[in-house]
Structures are given as structure tokens and as C-alpha cells.
Design a protein around this ligand. Sequence first.
Ligand SMILES: [Zn+2]
Length: 316
Amino acid sequence: MRTIPRACLSFDLDTAADHLQGYGHGESTPSKDDPVYARALPRILESLASHQLRATFFVIARDAEAQARHLREIVQRGHEVASHSFQHQLPFSARPASEIELELRRSKETLEEVIGKKVVGFRAPGWDLDPATLDIVRRVGFQYDASIFPGPFLPLLRFATWWKGARRREHLRMTTWRWLAAPRRFHIRSVGGSNIVEFPLTLAPISGFPLYRTMAAYIGDARLARLVRWSRRFGRELSFPAHGVDFLDVDEDELDPRLRVHPGLGEALAARSARWELWLEEIRDLYRFAPFAELARELRSKSEVTREDSTRSPSD
Ligand SMILES: [Zn+2]
């Protein structure tokens, strides 16, 4: 019997202000009425419910108290809340280790207090992770990380973000080829003498194209969907990230017009949503979707260890 590959849809709930900051405009500040929580999140939850899918939501813990009601709803619906740092400072891994450790501890404790449940996963702001940071992630008590973006596309995306934004020099410092040849499968890494589960973003076989919601704006939903089906044919698992902001409409949700440069936001939400729904309908039975926390537990219990120094796993 062929096994159905594991998969996780994840949503980074960066606020609209965080995205503006990513383009070098202003500072990321918490906002009680942020459209990502007020407008996008209900749309995402409704969409997932209609397809009976459960997912992982990466939350900036700074927002946890103001958005407590929303975070509890995420958990009540069977999804997972995980950490996307405390303040989402960029560049992230360039900060002193003590500061990163404090960020991670605070984020974990704050989120746990608000949702009343253990928080076991982390994704770095801007995918900006280095081995030293990963060691801190493990030390602070996270059981998995989902920040590794293998292949050559992340540096290219970072350059595009910098180019379209205010071109702040320090944001270019995040451009790294460090994970170019990182393992592409879900695996357990040995870090600092202990283990952590790693869920790298999934790349399409052969082309190595990232299976990432943002990429739909560059190649179109149909082509991205074809790449996911192609990857599935190879029996690959799927870690497919999206952002809350992908479910907003610049005009209808009265966003800062500078966000129109963000991939996808130049087009009305209705058209993007319709294609997203069709895509979910198409893939929901191709994979076994679960929040990362559950997949991490399975991987640990089955000790499916892939050495972190191996760049290819047997089915690559
Ligand atoms: Zn982020």
C-alpha cells in the first residue's frame, strides 16, 4: 500500500505594518485592529473549515494579548499556534545571541499563557535563520523549526523585496546562500548534541522551485498547482507556507497603498481567493494534512532520522 505523504499548510500572521517594515517602510508595531487578524484570519479559518483542513499559524507573540480572542479561536478549531518570534525584528539572525534567546523565550511563554497550551514550533522572521540561531531554538525548548528555505530562490526573493521597497541596506544582509544545499525532506537535525525536527519549505523536484503561496504571484496559480502535483507524484511531503496578508484586498480592506507591491496584492482578492479554493479542493485528498506539531511528534516517534549533513535523502 502506498502511503499518503504528510503535509502542512502554514500561515505567518505578520501584521500589515510588519510587511511594510519588510519593505523598509516604518517600524512594525502591534495594532489591535490590524486587518490581518480582523479580516484575513476569519477568511483563512473559514476556508480551512470548508475543506476540513487543519493548519499551523505562526504568530508574532507581541500581538498575542491584543489578539487573544483570535488565537484561542485558532486553537479551538483544531489548528496550531506556533512562534514567529516576539517582535519580528529584521534582520533576525544578525542580532546578539542573548537577544535572540530572550526573544524566543518571551515568545514561547507569552503564547503559552494566552492559549493555555504548549507551543512547540518556531519560524524565523524573514526566514532568517543560521545554525547558531537554530541551536537557540532547540535550547529554548522548541521541538521543531520551520524556517529553512533551501535552494537559490530565497536570496532572489529577498533582493526583489529590497528592490521594490525603501532599499534599506541592512535588509540586504539577510541575503544568504547558506541553505542552498540543505536537506529538502522533513528531517531530524542534530544540533548542539540534541535533536530538533526541521520542516524545510518544499521545493519542486528537479526545478527546485519553491512551493510557496507568494510564488503564485510570479508564475500564476495554475503553474504553481502543477508543480505541487508534480512534487506529489514523486511522493514528496509538502510544507506550503502562506501569509495572512495574502488574504487581504488593498482597496476593500483599506491597506496602505504601498503594500500593492507585495506579490499578489496588485490583484483583487476575489479572483485570488477563487483560485485558492479550487486548489485546496484539488489537493486536500492528495496529502495527509496536519499541523506541524503533530507531524513532528510522528517523526520523533518513528525516529525518521535524516542526518543534517546529508544534502539528499534516498528519494531525492
Ligand atoms: Zn514574518
